[in-house]
Design a binder for this molecule. Structure first.
Ligand code: FEO
Ligand code: CA
Ligand code: CA
Length: 639
């Protein structure tokens, strides 16, 4: 979401001098060449191991194989040109599907604007963001059964199922936000129905999709459902039963909000992350804790839900702790329409951007997470034992583990600092684990974690390197080597590698790319946000912003970076005033899904430029939608 940076917890004036670009680049580039070139035993191989699955397949663990990126890039597109339609590399095709308002069942109610609450509840939401594609379990070839059997029949069956898992499945899409002017065509809801319509436009869509005659479309399925602000949810972990999550009447918990980026687990579930939840609550009583989370007296005035729905008025004696029920990572089973979404308190409460899951040493899992606000932190959760053992007991690997926050030291090492009451300072500050997890930001402050330039998406490469977008920061409260620019208008991508295969407490880091270094070149991009690295080491970068204050404004875009060389190629550019977000692939990676969020946002009412976008039958308003991307030659997307 493009937004002005909130001013809580921020010192307006930079307190450290700006490090020159040249100085920063020198350090970053020198570091990369050390890490990749294999000179110096202390750091050799940390980031230098090839990411290519082919190299791994051939046993060539010391090779220098770079990912294949051969497409003809799109040239830089100036925002001033007000693009009506996306542009894609001449080697690729795209299609636009799943616009805001499309019914999630083929026979559902058609989109009208503004939507009624009942219709919006069974239609795709607005503000498309993180998403993932899940093949149906029955379409996934069973490796155990097929590997020993070489009969022709079985081979044919395998081909067929492989085809099915790449041509149909469940797409789960986050709906981050939708301003009243877009959803309701008015500044404030004038009755409870309008509040409900706005609430139902938020949340998550779970839809069964299939490629029929070359076109991906929604198909009838029991799995399709909407999860929104009023859907029953439940809590897991140390804070689940705590008073901090109970309201006066102990109402059952409901809803998920401002669903930004996402994650997915090795056991086949989806993680949706609650980012700017504070924007929906008003009349919040002052407390240090509320203030630290941006829950201020007027934070929710622009949505105005609190005027008709007292759940969002935190001065209401019925709902004093409703604000504590948001700011979590929420797990959803895409295949079970009766599954109640679970908010995992062990992963901490903050403005969650995404949740990148890695399988680490001893089959323990790590979840890397960013808190997307200026000068906030990067966190990691590690579960206590093999996730397979936990699942066998029918428990959740996300319910019991250790939460850490990152400190990046100037010597390119770092430490994961545990949020634990064994720490005396934390024991003094918090009543118990639940209190600490509900107020994870305050614990991180006390631990001396490193303030970052707005952590957005995180992605984990097969060689254990972890990449994170830092989208920019004009409100620096400190300067440090991991966030070297001040102000940071263009953002950067940082990279680290943990000790002990994701479960260790130390790491080494470097800066993969400063977006400022790409300005005035064909690689030009700014404000990186969405991020995904594939098995071959192609890093997909999505942007969200004007690409820099006072700089040449260019269209938001999807780029593909070579993680070996650092070279960047532009695959796709969006339309006027949109953000590019969401990354999902079919298992064969020959179909990619991305999202176009808030097209024509800035001049929604006055500009005709994107009025018809995405050109799908319906009212004449620009609609968020999903983009299907394929290579013309049927190859892997990104190559
Ligand atoms: Fe929802 Fe941080 O973008
Ligand atoms: Ca953003
Ligand atoms: Ca984002």
């Amino acid at each position: 979401m493009k937004k002005t940076v909130s001013t809580n917890n921020v010192i307006e004036k930079p307190i450290a001098p700006q490090r020159s670009f040249a100085e920063v680049l020198e350090v970053a580039v020198a570091r990369r060449s050390v890490l990749q070139g294999g000179i110096g035993l202390a750091v050799v191989g940390i980031f230098g191991r090839p990411l290519s699955i082919r190299a791994q397949d051939s046993g060539d663990t010391n090779g220098e194989t770079a990912p294949v990126i051969e497409f003809t890039p799109v040239t830089v597109q100036d925002a001033a040109n007000q693009q009506h339609w996306p542009l894609i590399s001449e080697d690729y095709d795209y299609d636009l599907i799943l616009p805001w308002g499309e019914p999630i069942r083929p026979d559902g109610p058609a989109f009208t604007h503004p939507p009624s609450p009942d219709n919006q509840e069974v239609q795709i939401g607005i503000g498309h963001d993180g998403m993932w594609f899940f093949p149906h379990p029955e379409d996934i070839p069973n490796e155990d059964e097929t590997s020993d059997d070489e009969s022709t029949d079985t081979a044919d069956d395998d081909d067929e199922t492989e085809d099915l898992m790449n041509t149909r499945g469940v797409l789960v899409i986050n709906h981050e936000f939708g301003s009243n002017s877009r959803v309701l065509d008015s500044d404030l809801p004038s009755n409870l129905d309008e509040v409900r319509a706005s609430q139902h436009a938020h949340g998550v869509s779970v839809v069964s999709v299939e490629r029929i005659d070359g076109k991906w479309q929604i198909v009838e399925s029991e799995k399709s459902r909407r999860i929104h602000v009023n859907t029953p949810v439940t809590f897991s972990g140390p804070a689940a039963e705590h008073d901090l999550l109970k309201n006066r009447n102990e109402y059952e918990p409901k809803g998920t909000l401002n669903n930004c980026a996402n994650g997915f687990t090795p056991w086949g579930t989806y993680l949706t992350c609650e980012e700017n939840f504070h924007q929906y609550f008003s009349e919040t009583p002052y407390s240090v804790e509320n203030q630290r989370y941006g829950l201020t007296y007027t934070a929710g005035d622009s949505y105005g839900w609190f005027r008709r729905d007292s759940r969002f008025r935190l001065s209401s004696p019925l709902y004093p702790n409703e604000g504590n029920r948001f700011g979590w990572v929420v797990e959803i089973d895409p295949h079970d329409p009766n599954h109640v979404p679970v908010k995992h308190t062990a992963l901490g409460r903050f403005r969650h951007e995404g949740a990148a899951v890695a399988v680490g040493q001893d089959d323990r899992i790590a979840v890397y997470m960013g808190d997307d606000t200026s000068n906030e932190y990067i966190y990691k959760y590690v579960n206590d034992e093999s996730y397979k053992d936990v699942l066998e007991r029918e428990e959740s690997p996300l319910a019991a583990g250790q939460l850490y926050v990152a400190r990046f030291d100037d010597d390119f090492t770092g430490e994961w600092l545990p949020l634990t009451l064994e720490n005396e300072e934390l024991a003094d500050r918090f009543d118990d684990d639940a209190d600490m997890l509900v107020h994870a930001r305050i614990a991180a402050d006390l631990l001396g974690a490193t303030k970052m330039d707005r952590p957005e998406w995180i992605t984990v490469a097969p060689n254990e390197s972890v990449y994170c977008t830092l989208t920019g920061n004009s409100l620096k409260s400190e300067e440090n080597a991991a966030n070297p620019e001040n102000p940071n208008d263009y953002g950067h991508i940082i990279r680290w590698k943990d000790a002990d295969m994701h479960v260790g407490t130390t790491f080494e880091w470097d800066i993969f790319k400063l977006a400022s270094s790409t300005q005035a070149t064909e690689e030009m991009f700014g404000n990186p946000d969405g991020l995904y690295v594939d098995q071959d080491g192609r890093l997909f970068i999505q942007t969200d912003g004007g690409q820099g204050e006072g700089a040449r404004e260019i269209c938001n875009q999807l780029l593909v970076a070579d993680t070996t060389s650092g070279d960047v190629y532009r695959l796709f550019t969006g339309v006027d005033d949109c953000e590019i977000t969401g990354v999902a692939f079919t298992p064969d990676r020959k179909t990619m899904f991305i999202n176009i969020q808030h097209p024509g946002w800035d001049n929604f009412e006055t500009s005709l430029s994107t009025q018809e976008f995405p050109g799908i039958e319906g009212p004449n308003v620009p609609r968020d939608c999903t983009v299907v991307i394929t290579r013309k030659d049927g190859g892997v997307v990104g190559s």
